[in-house]
Design a protein around this ligand. Structure first.
Ligand code: IVH
Length: 686
């Protein structure tokens, strides 16, 4: 039996690695997501029973689960060099002519995209990923293996005819869509946004919780194979071979890579991608030209910083120069203060740019930008253009250094800098107008309470007329008060009041999200509600209790504690409770529920013939039973599949807890359905 389980685990692991490769590397899946999940769940179940057979490179490791406090620093086998950059056609022509003079055999070149991400070096031994290192200082890098295991396009086990030991280098990046999704979530949670996909990828690789890394959607293109025994003596052929071992390498048919012997071939590749790169789903910042023959690479060698046989050509980004008229400061709903550059309007990539983000005080200091300066604006991966430099030659004499404001531009409170952050905040949460209005905008927004008939303009009006200064005020609005407002007709007034009334039915998780607690976005709100069930339990939870919830770390837990420690917030919630909003989780009603297992606490153990572990648990819930994880005197019965652990069996016997088989259970619920129709539910009365 156990041998069968072991064989099944090997088989499942193999199949899942292959499906993963087809989905994430080839983009040609051959099974549905559902079927994939079923296979993965089966393997997870078997690994729970036989953890001794679960490999560190099992497909189940893709979801993460480890927490690393400090990343180990490890010396690179081969130093991780960088590339020398070029910015013009002339520089490339010079590079190519120089190489031709230095070599005895005709050099051949590869042209590749220069992915805008983070360099990694992966070591494989006997076809298994054993180590993933960051570039670090080029000599030593950080061991980020656990996080890299969650990147789906990085193979954990290789296939085909691979060298027994080698290193492969590549670039980890965040596709634009994944970046936008993360920022959307950050925005919802009232957090400072990431500035671009590259920084986000870099920050993500160094996150402590690999579970979070797994969800971010990182991807990876490989660009160099290194080792003592490689199958080919050219870079291109080795890279394509790596594609057959399971790596994501640049596809030739999509022109991500080409081979050429001429400077014209190189320039054509650059010209093509200079415009085509806009349509790629990820950022590239240039092209890399490499000598293809490894023998020539060895002959040319490297300087301390970069190889002589390769060069990067950096694309010119569309850049405009304009005058910085003034810097103003915006206060968001969480009090975050963002400096905004007001510019003399300038045309950039067919749009007129009037404003650019300056991000934070550190950025202002780094750029040493001053009012009246001529500045360079660029559009990167971000939607909002950014200032990338200053033309100091055009600076007026004695232009004063720009100092970040110390007081809130709206309510004049002294600003504070977030701990460990570059962001400044106005602490006057409950008295600062843009924070109050921002919170109200968030509360009524589509993903939060979605109050029909109430938009941001009406909030502005209600705020101005002193009718709404806090969330509970919305629920006290009277028809007579709002009908008097500017441009408010009878129909819209009634509509607004109906929208407010209807919002009292919005489920608790959305109400919790709508409250606008810093770092509590939609997902966190759902997790808190599922765990604590009602607002009182969340309000009373200690830091430790909050951190026991899946995905909730100290930052979120502290923010939740801070929110509920504030008496004014508690007062607001009380008012909202009185107004009739939902502050309790609604128990899920499962279709086909019979209530037959009502009041029964059931422990599921082992492997089943007709059910996966999840589906049998769902079946229990469907009939009103409760799934519990460990056997106690209170357990109603144990539902035992094959391979139930002997310890559990002993414990059940000792406590006199009944153990039933899968067949008993099937008969039970088959009978139960009939019984329930007859209205008999006391199935366990003896
Ligand atoms: S080859 C020894 N190829 O660009 C040469 N690098 O300074 C190693 N990069 O951070 C680099 N795309 O991670 C190479 N197709 C590509 C690349 C690439 C992006 C990055 C690399 C490094 C930087 C070079």
């Amino acid at each position: 039996m156990t041998e069968m389980a072991k064989q099944r685990m090997i088989q499942l692991s193999k199949e899942l690695h292959e499906h993963n490769y087809r989905y994430y590397v080839l983009s040609q899946p051959t099974i549905s997501d559902y079927d994939f999940d079923m296979l993965l769940k089966e393997l997870q179940r078997l690994e729970e029973i036989h953890p001794e057979w679960a490999s560190v490179n099992s497909p189940t490791k893709r979801v993460g689960g480890t927490v690393t406090k400090d990343f180990n620093t490890v010396k690179h086998t081969y130093p991780m060099l960088s590339l020398s950059n070029s910015y013009s056609k002339e520089e490339l022509v010079d590079f190519e002519t120089r190489l031709r003079k230095l070599t005895t055999t005709e050099p051949e070149y590869t042209c590749e995209l220069k992915y805008d991400g983070v360099a990694i070096g992966l070591t494989y031994k006997n076809g298994e990923l054993v180590q993933a290192l960051t570039r670090g200082d080029g000599e030593k890098g950080d061991d980020i293996t656990e996080n890299v295991r969650t990147i789906k396009s990085v193979p954990l086990k290789l296939k085909g005819n691979f060298p027994s030991e080698f290193e492969i280098r590549g670039e980890v990046f965040l596709p634009r869509k994944a970046f936008e999704k993360i920022n959307e979530e950050k925005k919802n949670a009232g957090e400072a946004l990431f500035s671009n996909p590259r920084n986000t990828a870099s920050g993500t690789l160094k996150m402590q919780d690999s579970n979070v890394v797994a969800k971010r959607g990182l991807d990876c293109f490989m660009y160099a194979v290194m080792g003592e025994y490689l199958p080919f003596d050219t870079h291109f052929e080795n890279l394509q071979a790596a594609g057959h071992w399971g790596f994501k390498v640049p596809p030739v048919d999509k022109k991500f890579i080409c081979k050429t012997e001429t400077i014209d071939g190189i320039l054509d590749f650059i010209q093509f991608w200079n415009s085509a790169r806009e349509n790629l789903p990820f950022d590239v910042d240039g092209v890399v030209v490499k000598v293809n023959q490894i023998s020539i690479q060895k002959q040319l060698g490297s300087t301390a910083k970069s190889p002589r046989w390769a060069i990067a050509y950096k694309f010119q980004t569309e850049r405009a120069c304009t005058k910085l008229l003034s810097v103003t400061y915006q206060v968001g709903r969480t009090g975050a203060v963002t400096p905004v550059a007001n510019l003399e309007p300038v045309s950039l990539l067919e749009t007129t740019v009037k404003r650019a983000s300056l991000h934070n005080a550190d950025q202002i200091e780094k750029l040493d930008v001053r009012e009246g300066d001529f500045v360079y604006v660029e559009k990167g991966g971000e939607i909002i253009p950014k200032i990338v430099g200053v033309d100091v030659a055009q600076r007026a004499a004695h232009a004063p250094v720009l100092k970040f404001i110390q007081h809130c531009p709206e309510c004049h409170s002294l600003l504070v800098r977030g701990e460990g952050e570059a962001q400044h905040y106005c602490p006057n949460e409950l008295g600062c107008p843009p924070q109050i209005k921002g919170k109200l905008y968030h509360f009524i927004s589509r993903k939060a309470m979605n109050i029909d008939g109430l938009g941001e303009e009406t909030i502005d009006l209600l705020y101005k007329e002193n009718l709404v200064h806090s969330i509970p005020d919305i629920y006290e609005l009277q028809y007579s008060q709002i009908i008097r407002l500017d441009r408010m007709a009878e129909k819209s007034a009634k509509n607004l009041l109906k929208g407010v009334q209807d919002s009292k039915l919005v489920p608790f998780e959305r109400v919790l999200f709508a409250l606008g607690i810093r770092h509590v976005g939609e997902t966190v709100a759902k997790k808190l509600v599922a765990h604590f069930k009602n607002i009182n339990a969340i309000a009373a939870a200690t830091l430790e209790e909050l951190m026991q919830v899946d995905e909730i770390g100290d930052k979120i837990a502290e923010s939740v504690r801070a929110y509920f420690s504030n008496a004014k917030n508690r007062e607001e919630i009380e008012k909202l409770q009185l107004a009739g909003l939902q502050f309790t989780a609604v128990e899920k009603v499962i279709e086909g529920s019979t209530g037959l297992l009502e009041g029964q606490s059931i422990v599921v153990s082992g492997v089943f013939k007709n059910f996966s572990r999840d589906s049998i648990k769902l079946e229990i819930e469907k009939h009103g039973g409760k799934n519990i994880s460990s056997i106690s005197a209170k357990t109603s019965f144990v539902l035992a599949g094959e391979n139930m652990g002997p310890e559990k069996l002993k414990k059940a016997e000792k406590l006199g807890v009944k153990v039933i088989t899968e067949d008993d259970f099937v008969q039970l619920i088959a009978g139960a359905k009939e019984l329930s129709n007859k209205g008999q539910t006391d199935l366990f009365a003896q």
